[in-house]
Write a new protein. Sequence first.
Length: 226
Amino acid sequence: MRRLSLHEALAEVFNPLNSTIVDVGCGDGSLVRHLADKGARAIGIEVSEEQLDRALKGKNISNGSYRVGTGQALPLEDNSADTVIYSNSFHHLPLTAMTSALIEAARVLKPSGRLIVVEPMAEGSYFELVRTIDDETEVRAAAYNTLRHPPPTLERVDETVYITTVSYWDADHFLTHVMAVDPIRRDRLPEVEATIRRLFASNRRIEGRKAVFDQPMRRMVYQRLA
């Protein structure tokens, strides 16, 4: 199985130059900044001002912006985006909203525009670490089932599985990251922290000065039909 970074996986299926690109569930805004640096008009979407705070604290970018919204109610006009991206975020949608989110992505896409969904699979050394605090086996399966049955306005044109690597300086760095992704996890941490630290030490491999873990990923690409 090939090893790809997120940026490499995206670069294989679209060109951001002079495009309007929407990153749904943009997190800390790193992908928005990357796409803007590549010449895109990049828009990051998060569910609340609080969730956008991390992105807004990042580097200012002249051709990037952030908005509050959800996958099932994007704050964008019809036919306004060349590409909509979900990077590690589609499975965080409410189960009842996943199909609506696909329909909504098609609404904002221009004819022949692309929806790209990159999702982590429920396997690999990184998943075994994360599942200790938040087992997403069922929700990831539900997300994939929804993605396998897109609405008639979207045609699936690619499905590729690859491996990406995730790296941290230490267990504290990992815990800070997973808490930022989903603050609800803080409530579960006290009862599982010792197990997480043990698994972090036993499942890692060292590259340079960092601890590295493997995470199988699935990239799915859809084209909006005219």
